[in-house]
Design a protein around this ligand. Structure first.
Ligand SMILES: [Fe+2]
Length: 305
């Protein structure tokens, strides 16, 4: 497969109204009701980037990848079939709610769901953030990134991302945290300059998604989002910090579904031609301190010089 971008994220939730408030009042997106109780959160020229579907449990329904044409879609579908994947091709009702021409779904070796689509729907409504976010960084870079939990099939999943989904390593984190115990998080990109669109981490998470990233244009957009989160009682999970691999300055909130949302600015846009895949060994240069009540997912273990 040749996937162009992580185009959308679908979340199943019993907390649609909380998600609407979280999206509009904290993240700064627009919202619109969809068919059958669905909620669209829009933050650029597309009809939506986040789709929340009514569900009895809180869970990732899909990481949604897009390709640019029907021909590219047919090629992706053929390669998925050739790889022996169990494929679900979206029916009319599912295509309608996703507002795409066609999509198919499969799960990776850890059971995490992915969709590939073509023919997404633009919005004629200009994006204006209801709380004054200057701009969300999307376009060809896609929605942001998702970090998925490994459920015992880490190595198989890494191979699957490379060999079946056609993703490339961006870099990886592998570090011994105790005798006989390593932590690993691997980062992948697709056919654009976002440093990683997908990461796989050896961190358990019931909802099937550890966090997703939303990127905004300025430091002020990030600081004002921290203020809104405090005013709206959205729990702060990690304070402000800068990541090693994509250089993004970000903080983390708890979403209404329990998993986390990273909110940042200044992510590096990569030219992959000269990039050397590195073991970054630590996730964060500075900051990102875990707040009381939230246990670190990957222990920092950093030593000061
Ligand atoms: Fe992240």
């Amino acid at each position: 497969m040749k996937l162009d971008q992580l185009a959308y994220i679908v979340i199943g939730s019993s907390k649609i109204e909380q998600w609407r408030d979280f999206g509009v009042k904290v993240l700064g997106t627009m919202s619109e009701d969809g068919p059958d109780g669905a909620l669209y959160l829009k933050y650029d020229e597309w009809h939506y980037r986040l789709l929340i579907l009514p569900d009895e449990e809180e869970r990732l329904v899909a990481a949604g990848w897009s390709v640019r044409s029907r021909a590219a879609y047919r090629a992706a579908l053929e390669s998925a079939k050739a790889a022996g994947l169990e494929i679900h091709e979206g029916g009319q009702a599912e295509r309608r709610v996703r507002m795409v021409q066609e999509f198919f779904r499969f799960v990776d070796p850890n059971g995490s769901p992915h969709e590939v689509c073509w023919g997404r729907t633009m919005s004629a409504v200009p994006f204006v953030s209801p709380v004054g976010v200057s701009r969300f960084i999307t376009g060809d870079l896609g929605v942001g990134h998702v970090v998925l939990p490994s459920r015992g099939a880490f190595d198989e999943c890494v191979a699957f991302y490379e060999d079946v989904m056609g993703l490339d390593y961006s870099d990886f984190l592998s570090r011994s945290v105790a005798p006989g115990k390593d932590v690993r998080a691997y980062f992948f990109h697709c056919a654009n300059g976002r440093q990683h669109s997908l990461a796989l981490a050896e961190v358990p998470e019931e909802t099937g998604i550890i966090h997703f990233l939303i990127e905004v244009q300025t430091l002020d957009d990030v600081g004002r989002a921290m203020e809104r989160a405090r005013e709206e009682d959205a729990p702060l999970v990690r304070g402000l910090g800068r990541h090693v691999n994509d250089s993004i300055v970000s903080f983390y909130l708890q979403s209404p579904s329990g998993f986390h949302v990273e909110y940042g600015f200044g992510g590096e846009v990569m030219d992959w031609t000269d990039h050397e895949v590195r073991n970054i060994s630590y996730g964060t240069y500075w900051g990102h301190e875990w707040q009381p009540g939230f246990a670190p997912q990957i222990p920092s273990g950093k030593r000061r010089p």
